[in-house]
Write a protein that binds this ligand. Structure first.
Ligand code: GTP
Ligand code: MG
Length: 138
């Protein structure tokens, strides 16, 4: 089984959508094997999204991600990384397929409710950024 890293973003925690989004993961066969609610500093969000440092939306993204609590989680399942990307939907909710999390819940291309790792290497780095080995039970 594969693991991926997920964040329920501030726009979704503000609107009390944690349970509704988790239901989507579980319906799709993804198991939530680790989960906690935290609030990042702008600096911590900046390191997490460091790959986007040179993008025009970077500052806005780091402000947003540190503006309210998020739920960080590890999801496990068959092809968890691609399955999660599929049920998240496209980055811009206007382009997201019907039934996806972003189609149903996202507010804009920036405030788009969820993050999901895009490859095994990034999943490993992202999980290790937020969770210790002791927090990762099967
Ligand atoms: P993540 O799972 O969060 O990484 O989303 P993604 O992989 O679908 O998109 P990408 O990695 O390209 O962008 C990371 C995040 O930056 C997005 O999820 C958005 O929150 C934000 N973002 C991307 N493009 C824009 C944009 O044009 N404007 C703004 N304000 N934010 C953007
Ligand atoms: Mg991405």
């Amino acid at each position: 089984l594969e693991r991926t890293f997920s964040i329920i973003k501030p726009d979704a925690t503000r609107r009390n959508l944690t349970g509704a989004i988790n239901a989507k993961f579980e319906e799709a066969g993804l198991r939530i094997v680790a989960q906690k609610r935290i609030q990042m500093t702008k600096e911590q969000a900046g390191v997490f999204y460091g790959v986007h440092k040179s993008r025009p939306f970077y500052d806005e993204l780091c402000e947003f991600m540190s503006s309210a609590p998020v739920v960080v989680q590890v999801l496990e399942g068959e092809n968890a990384i691609s399955k999660n990307r599929e049920i998240m939907g496209a980055t811009n909710p206007a382009d997201a397929a019907p039934g996806t999390i972003r189609a149903e819940f996202a507010e804009s291309v920036g405030e788009n409710s969820v993050h999901g790792s895009d490859a095994p290497e990034t999943a490993a780095v992202e999980i290790a950024y937020f969770f210790s080995g002791l927090e990762l039970v099967g």
